[in-house]
Design a protein around this ligand. Structure first.
Ligand code: FES
Length: 160
């Protein structure tokens, strides 16, 4: 999906807008990569808010919706490479869950560019920094997601 008129208008109204991105990072791999990127003084945007999870298999689509409801403009989930998950298959479950959820996002009117998924080991600080730049650029291009928070909150009150 492209850049909507609502998003474009919000960016014009607030030129100082910076995207807020919630990153759910696996404790064993991508969290270590974030650490390594920091220690190696690699540059990546400060837009990323990290939440450490024990494994990407622990991820629930509810966490992603909750991030959007609470003002995130984008969500990034990153874990161990295939075959390296410390809980054997957690990342495979995560991949299936998240690709299904990405399809649902389109139905909810949330651009798929707002959700990203990657495999990054704890030795790949450079890859972490590159991916952080890529995710931030994609979410910046998608624009502010404030109106999603309202939309999702309305859906939630109707369901409850
Ligand atoms: S332990 Fe890292 S994705 Fe499962």
């Amino acid at each position: 999906m492209g850049f909507s008129i609502n998003n474009q208008q919000s960016t014009i109204n607030n030129p100082k807008w910076e995207p807020k991105i919630v990153a759910f990072l696996c404790n064993w791999c991508s969290y270590g990569a974030a650490d390594l990127a920091g220690i190696s003084r690699l540059q990546y945007p400060p837009n990323i808010r990290v939440i450490r999870v024990p494994c990407t298999g622990r991820m629930s689509p509810k966490f992603i919706l909750s991030a959007f409801m609470n003002g995130a403009d984008g969500v990034w989930v990153s874990g161990c490479h295939p075959g390296d998950c410390h809980y054997l298959e957690g990342n495979y479950y995560a991949r299936r869950k998240l690709s299904l959820f990405k399809g649902l996002m389109e139905h909810m009117g949330i651009e798929s560019d707002r959700l990203h998924f990657s495999w990054i080991s704890s030795a790949e600080g450079t890859k972490f920094a590159e991916m952080a730049n890529k995710v931030t650029k994609a979410v910046r291009d998608a624009g502010p997601a404030n109106y999603f928070a309202k939309k999702i909150s309305i859906l939630k009150t109707k369901v409850a």
